[in-house]
Design a protein around this ligand. Structure first.
Ligand SMILES: NC(=O)c1ccc[n+]([C@@H]2O[C@H](COP(=O)([O-])OP(=O)(O)OC[C@H]3O[C@@H](n4cnc5c(N)ncnc54)[C@H](OP(=O)(O)O)[C@@H]3O)[C@@H](O)[C@H]2O)c1
Length: 292
């Protein structure tokens, strides 16, 4: 049986949908914090059990009978959350081992690094270390930066016509749907042991490029305005954004500025058998969904 964690979230649910196209529902299980939200999957024959990274026994029950477990990274809100985040992943990995799982897949990131300016990358690097130490076979999916995150960054700019942010760098924005398809391909036909090549979209685009694409798609000008780091911090503080969140956003800009998310790699294309969705396509899809 294949267990997918985080299946009430965007990536986990998309992976389950992709697996349902490849293998019988009875061979798929989900480990979710709220089973009620996965009722629809249960009705389609997927095993639904509660599993929380903060509760090893719940995970043990949710992982029962699993050959492979897909661990969706828990996500952190700031640097201070890293130790807890690492503990959560340690619990998930240890529990998978205790449950007799033969392979763990984990959603890492192309910027994974113990010295990154961007806190989640430190969390991913520490988790990859845990995976290596686990003695289990594993695949750490070095996912590209979600294009959905870029949509969040430009949300306000689409309304105001001004994309105000500090200096940044190019990012190989990647669609959830492509990453989910690649993950399902790797799960159903085991390949790519260890740390994968970068799984990214086919072009790296900076904020200037994003503003230009958004202008074209929206049919009105969105200006990219570069502000000094301190001014950006002050602006966010004035908007009431919590300090941890400001530090996270600044960390993202600092890391992108030094090219941490810029590498483009053909591996995602190879896995899904076609070019990945471009940022422009993701933006258009999102706009048409909002208009429905
Ligand atoms: N590649 C990138 O650029 C990028 C960008 C942002 C985030 N990420 C990472 O990718 C992950 C998946 O992305 P997504 O878009 O699917 O995010 P999402 O929709 O927020 O889903 C995250 C999932 O993680 C689960 N989770 C959180 N804490 C947990 C815990 N203690 N125990 C068990 N499950 C827990 C959540 O469960 P509930 O449904 O119960 O809340 C949720 O289903 C994120 O969690 C984050 O670590 C990557």
């Amino acid at each position: 049986m294949i267990i997918v964690t985080g299946a009430n979230g965007k990536l986990g649910r998309a992976v389950v949908e992709q697996l349902l196209m490849r293998i019988p529902a009875e061979e798929i299980g989900v480990s979710v914090r709220d089973p009620n939200q996965a009722q629809e999957l249960r009705e389609r024959g997927v095993r639904v059990r509660r599993g929380d990274y903060d509760d090893a026994e719940s995970l043990h029950h949710a992982f029962e009978g699993a050959s492979q477990v897909f661990i969706v990274s828990s996500g952190i809100m700031g640097e201070a959350d890293i130790p807890h985040g690492i503990q959560q992943h340690q619990t998930a990995i240890d529990t998978a081992k205790r449950a007799g799982v033969t392979r763990v897949l984990y959603t890492s990131h192309i910027g994974s690094s113990p010295t990154s300016h961007f806190a989640p990358m430190i969390h991913h690097a520490a988790t990859e270390k845990l995976l290596k130490a686990s003695g289990m076979a594993f695949t750490s999916l070095r996912n590209g930066y979600y294009a959905a995150s870029a949509l969040l960054l430009i949300g306000g700019a689409i309304k105001t016509g001004e994309l105000i942010a500090p200096e940044d760098g190019p990012v190989a924005w990647t669609a959830h749907s492509d990453l989910a398809e690649a993950a399902a391909a790797i799960i159903s036909e085991p390949k790519l042991d260890g740390i994968t090549p970068n799984l990214t979209g086919s072009e790296a685009i900076d904020m200037e490029g994003i503003a230009s694409i958004a202008s074209e798609v929206m049919g009105r000008t969105i200006r990219r305005i570069v502000v000094p780091d301190e001014e950006f911090r002050d602006r966010m503080m004035a908007q009431g954004v919590p300090e941890a969140s400001i530090n996270m956003r600044m960390g993202m800009f600092l890391a992108s500025r030094q090219g941490d998310f810029a590498q483009v790699d053909p591996s995602l294309t190879d896995l899904i058998g076609r070019p990945p969705k471009s940022f422009r396509e993701v933006l258009k899809e999102s706009i048409s969904q909002q208009q429905r």
